[in-house]
Design a protein around this ligand. Structure first.
Ligand code: UTP
Length: 288
């Protein structure tokens, strides 16, 4: 079955971005001029996934406004002759059919994904974590849905992590198949470096079998009372094939302030901002 739906959990507190996340949802913080949630919806749409549920919490209603048409703004821009800008704004609302699902309590990523169960139904679906931005020639999730369709097993994106990062990530026990494809023997959440079965860390792109919902429902909450997605996928891996994809491209974790700065700089340089390039060079030279 083709992957047609996606769930994007965005209901976390975003504590690493306090104080700004007191009033602005983290996924609306801009990478240059575009919020991270936009990149997720765009990647989904470019991969043929147009039905998307965004999981939000109380106080995050600004998020819903981002994807809604804004007739007043469009009218004002049109009267100034800014038709191209109007088209660009309309394209944002037209990218996908978005549903908002509420998570009443922040019980963790696994619980947030579980909130998407009614929306997803009994079909495979994609999950995007808006903290993980990827610049690649082809959308990462498109490659992953192709793997799902070929192997009929869930697929998670992984990348080699530095030793310092390993204790902060979900880590897989890998069996390397062909090319970038790996079979997942098991997964552990935030292991100590010495206990980690590899350095391949999970990055926030998943294509999941709907059976993961039963695993999430049956899963026991961890130490912080959170329901872990890693545990549910690990349970799945013990029953049927789960695959990992070592994806190509540039990845930046925008879930921390310095990552958001890096991503903004990367995006600006990618768009050819020579003024910024020169300014950065000057800044670094002055610091030598
Ligand atoms: P994080 O663990 O990064 O939490 O969640 P966070 O709230 O985004 O940020 P910090 O750690 O407090 O700074 C990973 C993803 O899961 C979502 C988050 O919105 C983020 O996209 N999430 C997390 C939920 O939707 N609900 C939760 O209960 C927890």
């Amino acid at each position: 079955m083709n992957v047609r739906k996606a769930v994007i959990p965005a209901a976390g507190f975003g504590t690493r971005f306090l104080p700004v996340t007191r009033s602005v949802p983290k996924v609306l913080l801009p990478v240059l001029d575009t919020p991270s949630i936009h990149y997720m919806v765009e990647e989904a749409a470019q991969s043929g996934i147009r039905d998307i549920a965004i999981v939000i919490s109380e106080g995050q209603e600004a998020l819903t406004r981002y994807f809604n048409p804004n007739a007043k703004l469009e009218k004002a821009l049109a009267s100034q002759g800014k038709d191209e800008l109007v088209q660009r704004l309309r394209a944002i609302s037209d990218m996908a059919n978005i549903t908002y699902v509420h998570q009443a309590k922040a019980l963790g990523l696994g619980h947030a994904v579980l909130m998407g169960r009614d929306f997803v139904g009994d079909e495979p679906f994609a999950v995007f974590l808006p903290d993980d931005l990827i610049w690649a020639e082809k959308p990462t999730i498109r490659d992953m849905t192709a793997i799902y369709e070929q192997h009929q097993g869930s697929v998670i994106a992984v990348r080699e992590a530095t030793p310092e990062r390993v204790p902060n990530l979900g880590i897989i026990d890998p069996e390397h198949l062909a090319g970038n494809l790996i079979r997942v023997k098991r997964m552990v959440e935030k292991p100590r470096l010495e206990d980690a079965p590899s350095r391949l860390g999970v990055i926030g792109r998943y294509v999941l079998d709907p059976q993961v919902f039963s695993e999430l429902e049956n899963g026991k909450p961890g130490a912080l009372g959170e329901i872990q997605l890693t545990d549910a996928i690990n349970a799945l891996a013990q029953k049927k094939g789960v695959y990992a994809y070592e994806f190509p491209g540039v990845h930046i974790d925008v879930g921390v302030p310095s990552g958001l700065v890096k991503a903004s700089v990367y995006e600006a340089l990618h768009r050819g901002d020579d003024d910024l390039r020169q300014w950065l060079r000057g800044l670094l030279d002055d610091r030598k």
